[in-house]
Design a protein around this ligand. Sequence first.
Ligand SMILES: [Zn+2]
Ligand SMILES: [Zn+2]
Length: 176
Amino acid sequence: MKIDVSKLGQEPRRFNEEFSVEPDRLDCDQVTSPMRVCLEGEVRPNNGFFTVAGDCRVEGSVACSRCLEPVSWGVDEGFSVDYRAPAATPLDAELGLDQDELDVAFLESDTLDLADLAAEQILLALPMRVVCDESCAGLCPRCGANRNRDGACTCEPEVDPRWQALAGLAGEDHSS
Ligand SMILES: [Zn+2]
Ligand SMILES: [Zn+2]
């Protein structure tokens, strides 16, 4: 859903939308399938800004950071973001001074896209790492097989290159 902020009056505009956010809107490798989003809240004109506040509920799955299998993940959190519409720019000097203190996002056009807002909330909430299980054995670094599965592969265990260097030294012929 898109909201044309230039058409907003002084009254808050409520929204209650359900949609999905495609992984390509999320600049992150963890998300490989669409996320279901329920976004509820309101857009409030606020002295040349627009405050968008409400509740963002997300359900989906993210890739296990070891084996890449999908792990269900979701979040249900309140949010409040201030936007400044392009018509309100350029900032005057007075506002410019305060700019660092203001946590304001700038709209590139008069359109506020709720899917962009949801994508931002998802990225903020995503943990750095998610594992399917603390004991997840991950992928074989040689052939990429999922080592949680029985008989995934028959690769030799990866040898630490530092040990390999030592083994090489030990094997050298020092007699000559
Ligand atoms: Zn895993
Ligand atoms: Zn392997």
